[in-house]
Design a binder for this molecule. Structure first.
Ligand code: MTE
Ligand code: MO
Length: 502
């Protein structure tokens, strides 16, 4: 039997196992073995690699990680298939079992949002079984040996087996699409509750083509987290435990939570991995319960200075207690832009804290909220080299013109957004080449916790020009031109864009 056929057999066996495993993962909410490995890779990656992945690959880092793991797997499976075809049958089956075992081990050890141990392990166990059986079938002894096929290879039997496995794999993939949980019914279980305190009429957006709208639509909102599979939590099973240095431990169901006072606020989130001028910032209208109310109910002890919050997958975030009790609108959010939270943004409940980067405040899929002391714990990102405390740095971004745009000479407009959450934007200034700083026009905005749109009219003269922007926050602090990388506590420097004017 030739090498190509052997490799094909190995790959199809692995593919069928993964497809069946995917279906089981979808049905149980447990990790697909590829994702179990992927999450472990994410957790093992040093901070510098994480930082690089988020910045350069962005949201594509997750599909790429899956593709990378599957590629490695396909290569090993192909080698197993070739060995099997050469008569090393036990060895081939052993490799398939070994691969399945790797998936199972990582399903046990890696972070996962699975509800129970059986949900967590079932996808990997089924994948392991299917992998072994499929490989054993592919490389099995032929039923009849013929004079033309002396090495013990029955082409017809082989092709039928491979074909059947391919159909089984494709069938599982199709079944995942058909019976798989979109989760829509889980989100439909929640009605967006009416807030007692409304955010008022929505700020109309400045009407400049290409400018970021004041409110970022949910589907366009940036997403940063460390999971390959988005948790789909049934709100009826959800519970938030508030404990630690409190007088009274609380356990709140979703209904318990939304029965409390709800406020609606426009708040801009920013990721610490956002580079100067980068895309990881977005503004939404949130509804949620003030965290300060819940802390008051629980009664915070004197010696506490931090909260350690944990999401359903076990990721931890550390937040200064002061940011939750100093009067700012820190909330357990249940709605985003008039909808229940999208799964990718933390359904059913997440934290939103104005003024702090997401990695120290914006816990999605939150389950546990422990009042504690910074000296008594360390959180996921701080273990990887990011700062313990991380207020958002005052920043401005040019949305239009885009870099290296060609403009016509004459009156031109530049526009973008600026943010200094919890301090507020007082002024935005733009400079053409090395000219003087000139004031941009700001959109009116109600609060200090959102970004502000700005526009700037200038007279474009022929040649190449550089536009640079800077923000001044309401404390009077001018955005620094000192360049800093995102790690450890947020990028700094001024955004500029170069344009060609004819
Ligand atoms: N459970 C969980 N919550 C998380 C994260 C995460 O990895 N896991 N990432 C944080 C980071 S780094 C940011 S910037 C924000 C991003 O929120 P978004 O994805 O809704 O934009 O969520 C935060 N909350
Ligand atoms: Mo982030």
């Amino acid at each position: 039997m030739n090498r190509a056929l052997g490799a094909l057999g190995g790959v199809v066996a692995a593919g069928a196992a993964l497809a069946v495993g995917y279906l089981v993962a979808d049905l149980t909410g447990g990790p697909w073995p590829v994702d179990a490995v992927g999450v472990q890779v994410i957790d093992w990656a040093p901070g510098s690699v994480k930082d690089w992945a988020v910045r350069t690959l962005g949201t594509a880092d997750r599909p790429l990680l899956r593709v990378g793991i599957c590629t490695a797997l396909v290569i090993v499976a192909a080698i197993a298939g070739i060995l099997g075809a050469r008569g090393h049958r036990r060895f081939a089956v052993g490799i398939a079992g070994g691969l399945g075992l790797v998936g199972l081990v990582f399903a046990i050890t890696s972070r996962s949002a699975a509800g129970s141990t059986s949900d967590r392990l079932l996808p990997a166990i089924i994948t392991l079984i299917v992998a072994v059986l499929a490989m054993a079938l592919v490389v099995r002894q032929p039923r009849h040996r013929t004079a033309e096929q002396p090495e013990g290879f029955d082409r017809r039997q082989f092709l039928l087996t491979v074909g059947a496995l391919a159909v089984a794999g494709a069938g599982s993939a199709g079944a995942t699409r058909l019976v798989g949980t979109s989760g829509d019914e889980l989100r439909a279980r929640i009605r967006v509750p009416a807030p007692q305190s409304s955010a008022g009429p929505l700020q109309p957006s400045l009407n400049v083509p290409g400018i970021s709208p004041f409110t970022t639509p949910n589907a366009k909102f940036y997403r940063v987290d460390t999971l390959l599979q988005v948790p789909k939590i049934d709100p009826r099973d959800w519970e938030l435990r508030i404990h630690g240095l409190v007088d009274k431990e609380l356990r709140l169901s979703f209904d318990d939570l939304v029965r409390r006072r709800l406020i609606e606020r426009d708040i801009t989130l920013t990721c610490v991995s956002n580079e100067v001028g980068g895309p990881y910032v977005g503004n939404a209208r949130w509804i949620g319960v003030p965290i300060a109310d819940i802390l008051r109910e629980a009664g915070v002890r004197q010696d506490a200075d931090a909260v350690k919050s944990t999401s359903v997958d076990g990721l931890t975030i550390g937040t200064p207690l002061a940011a939750l009790t100093d009067g700012r609108d820190a909330i357990f959010a249940v709605a985003m832009n008039g909808e229940p939270l999208p799964f990718a943004h933390g359904f059913p409940v997440r934290m939103v804290v104005p003024g702090l980067y997401g990695y120290v405040s914006a816990t999605k899929w939150i389950m546990d909220f422990e009042v504690t002391r910074f000296r008594d714990f360390s959180a996921y990102w701080t273990d990887r080299g990011w700062s313990v405390e991380a207020p958002i740095k005052t920043s401005a971004r040019i949305d239009v013109p885009t870099g290296f745009a060609n403009l016509k000479a004459g009156p031109a407009v530049a526009a973008g957004v600026a943010w200094a959450q919890h301090r507020g934007i007082a002024k935005v200034e733009v400079r053409v080449d090395d000219g003087p700083w000139q004031e941009a026009r700001l959109a009116p905005v109600a609060g200090i916790d959102t970004w502000r749109q700005w526009t700037f009219r200038w007279n474009a003269t022929p040649g190449t020009h550089k536009l640079t922007v800077r923000a001044i926050d309401a404390t009077g602090t001018v955005q620094t031109d000192r360049q800093a990388p995102p790690r450890p506590n947020g990028s700094s420097g001024l955004h500029n864009t170069v344009v060609m004017v004819e």
